[in-house]
Write a protein of this length. Sequence first.
Length: 597
Amino acid sequence: MSQPPGQPPQGGFGAPQDPPPQGGFGAPQDPRAQGGFGTPPPPAQPPASAPTPPAGAPQPGYGYPQQPGPYSQPGPYGQPQQPGPYTQPGPYGQPQQPGYGYPPQAQYPGAPGTPPPGGGSKNPFKGRPAVVIGAAVAALLVVGGTVWAVSADGGDDGKKPVADKSHSPKPTVSDDPVNPGDGSGDGGEDSENLNEGRKPGEAKVLWYKSAPDAPGSGADAPGLWVTDKAAVKAAYKQVFAFNVTDGKPTWDALTMPQKICAVTPQKTSDDKAVIAYMSGPGSSAKCNQLQQIDLNTGAKGWSGKVPDGELFDSTISVELSITGDTLMVGRSMSGVAYDVGSGKKLWEKKKYGTGCYPAGFAGGAKLVAVSSCSVGSDNKHDEVQELDPATGKAKWTTKIPKGWTVERAYSVAPVVLYMTNDDKKRVNVTALKNNGGLRSQLESKDSFAPECGYAVLDRDLTGCFGTAADANTLYLPTEAKTGANEVVAFSLETGKEKWRVKSPADETMLPMRMEGTDLIAYVEPSYDGGGKIVSIPTTGTGHRPTTLLQNPQGTADIENGFFSKAVDYVDGRFYISTTRLTGQDDAKEKLMLAYGK
């Protein structure tokens, strides 16, 4: 989905007040035919002209402002990107009726905030590489009820995602010196000792890698996958794999014919992932070449080309996700599903109902689709569905209230949506039941700021860093313009706050994921200290953060300097990588670092 750069509105979550919205992700562009893979992609083709962003601008939704703006009414949920002026209630006026809208990529002050520009304690542009737009810290406001119409034709029996990361807390760390790298994993000439001056109690830089050469205009470096053996990273036209303990190359870097344009955020249970690269070097090239990769060995599996859909339904940009054994490829107005193991085409998600065009997909534990319906009419609205990953059949369909746009999925299991309403400058966070019915809407007057990048040419539903959820609770970071922020736990049953905890440092603390009943969070570095990984108990009465790793002060500038970042904490090691290369030859740009005790 695409959203114009802007500042997120401010305001809280606010329950939506309008009737079930109409008009979703963007103007439909007629789905096009689809094709299967299996055979290696054809030679690079001349690039196509820039894709037209899906029609459909954000619509009034739940309630909180995304970008700073004139409005001061509380909005439903905070938008993570830039603080926004709006604080009006969200789309649902009454807590019971479903109506969401999904958040477009242009957001209000309260919309999910993107990291501040590089150089500060927060990173500026986050999210998908292609056209990342300024950072913003969104404000969230919640309003109670909403009115929406829900239609369900099934329960929630979605399969658990096959793609996930291993999470254990005890790493094996050697005392060998940092293993430098030049991006290709062979050492290179960048031999800084990043552990020099390390203080007692600070974690060690186990290894780091310098970035590969990139065009002067910069290049994308999407994704980060960590297996028991390797930390795997895509950068520009290559995919690198480094041994998790010492950083030595696990396998020779893979080089694609053209630049990598999309990756699956998830990996399969047997450590496979899929990347997409451009069909050619020119401006009319499409992001339609797929390649499956074994993350442990570097072996290339099946490859194939994603065909365009019908009129205006292109692959100029695509979004990829894995749910169980299904690879979902989202085009501008439809989606194609493949067997992730063989590349065999399984099904397509095309236009349905009264002009509903699928505009975004979120994978993982469940497969969720967001569609724009009745675009160009007074009944324009968004619809959300859970799809059976094996067949594509909708398990349930929920109509979002008119004026609201579903911008992000803060979680897919359970389903938690962040929506915006352009007309009313409001935002809203809504949780759905297993059958698609309205579960709750967050209620808060705080401003929240997960880091959500702007991807202008596609809809990145799961592109926010700084949110986490378990079966009954959503964890969001408040916005702090100076000093420490807080992480707030919201009940998904009631939408009300359960508890909150302050960051242990004078910097922002961002939820990463759950590990058992503990919440793992990342605390950003400051001018006098490195970042840290903390564990927060979510049960009982005490929720004080416990430091698991304190990164050294000596690398704080590197942590802060990433244009945008991807992080992971696995087996007691913390990995941080950039998702955007600057292409500046005069700087020793880092690709990624690994920390441990």
